[in-house]
Design a binder for this molecule. Structure first.
Ligand code: AMP
Ligand code: TRP
Length: 327
């Protein structure tokens, strides 16, 4: 029996190389090994206000980007969260078993609520419960995510255990799967903070749809330090981040990378990194453009994905309702 993998990604804005290197690329690389379920989490996206027309477009764009990145709809289910109503239903039930204190501890809520320009919604506070529902509906074995989501997966495990202890074995306890390298890609302009979709500064992130000129400008401007030698040294966050990005795009071993740049300065690394990123993204971008010419095809993939996963979710939801005593 293959293990079942589930992960989610928000359709808010273009995805960046942090999302790609820590999450999407790993989903693609291990696609044959697992049974895969990938969810475009639009219900999570609206925990912060989204312009409706833009959101709708971004859902389709994200689906196209995932497929252009190598997610194969023949091997993986890809669907939109709001199309499978059991996600919201299970989230409600789990809410009723979630102590508020557990949610109060979530670091992402603390950060995001500080950044929120408008009022903070109850949905943003409750976000981890919906994420737990996403995971627990599918008897998920593994949840591959970046480091920033680790606490949320642990939260899903805790809720599952709590529910199981009250009602008897119901949910499978999922494991988090964090990449050993690159679990936290840092902002190019601020290498002590994680690369984030919500930062609007030009040089902060490289997006999968960036042009060669944009990539060049952003990497050349990336913050480093006053050193010269090129080593994987975490105490020099700027150069370390660039080296990790280089490593993950090329898959070269670290000693080879260090040897390659021995005696050369940071500019040499930056120049080569630029070419590596441009060449890696070129075929992905052309697949994306092709897919976007036929949005009917994307919609049909998402539709099929939802139809395929619904029965799994209905089964779990029915079992949970039965346990709780609902009709
Ligand atoms: P999101 O865009 O927030 O839905 O995130 C999608 C995936 O990308 C999740 O698995 C995140 O953990 C991961 N991710 C987001 N930002 C970063 C980052 N800067 N470094 C590594 N992984 C990230
Ligand atoms: N919260 C995750 C993020 O922002 C996205 C997400 C939603 C997710 N549901 C999930 C990830 C379930 C893994 C499993 O990155």
């Amino acid at each position: 029996m293959r293990k079942r993998v589930l992960s989610g990604i928000q359709p808010t804005g273009n995805i960046h190389i942090g999302n790609y290197l820590a999450a999407v690329q790993n989903w693609v690389l291990r696609q044959d090994e697992f049974e895969n379920i990938f969810c475009i989490v639009d219900l999570h996206a609206i925990t912060i206000y989204q312009d409706p027309r833009i959101l709708k477009r971004q859902i389709r764009q994200l689906a196209a980007l995932l497929i252009a990145s190598g997610i194969d709809p023949q091997k993986s289910f890809v669907f939109v969260q709001s199309q499978v109503s059991a996600h919201a239903q299970l989230a409600w039930i789990l809410n009723c078993f979630t102590p508020m204190g557990w949610l109060n501890r979530m670091t992402q809520f603390k950060e995001k609520s500080k950044e929120c320009k408008n009022e903070v919604s109850t949905g943003l506070f409750d976000y981890p419960v919906l994420m737990a529902a996403d995971i627990l509906l599918y008897e998920t074995d593994l949840v591959p995510v970046g480091e920033d989501q680790k606490q949320h997966v642990e939260f899903a495990r805790d809720i599952a255990k709590r529910f199981n202890s009250i009602y008897g074995p119901t949910f499978k306890i999922p494991e988090v799967l964090i990449p050993e390298v690159g679990a936290r890609i840092m902002g190019l302009d601020e290498p002590t903070k994680k690369m984030s979709k919500s930062k609007e500064r030009f040089g902060h992130a490289i997006y999968l749809l960036d042009s060669p000129d944009q990539i060049r400008a952003k990497i050349m401007a990336a913050v480093t330090d006053s050193g010269r030698d090129i080593h994987f040294d975490q105490s020099r966050p700027g150069i370390y981040n660039l080296l990790v990005i280089y490593e993950l795009f090329t898959k070269y071993p670290r000693p080879d990378i260090e040897r390659r740049f021995e005696g050369k300065g940071y500019v040499a690394l930056k120049k080569e990194l630029i070419e590596v990123i441009i060449e890696h993204l070129r075929p992905l971008q052309s697949r994306y453009q092709k897919l976007m010419e036929d949005s009917g095809q994307i919609d049909s993939i998402l539709q099929k994905g939802a139809v395929a996963v619904r029965p799994i979710t209905e089964k779990t939801l029915a079992a949970v309702k039965e346990k709780v005593g609902l009709w």
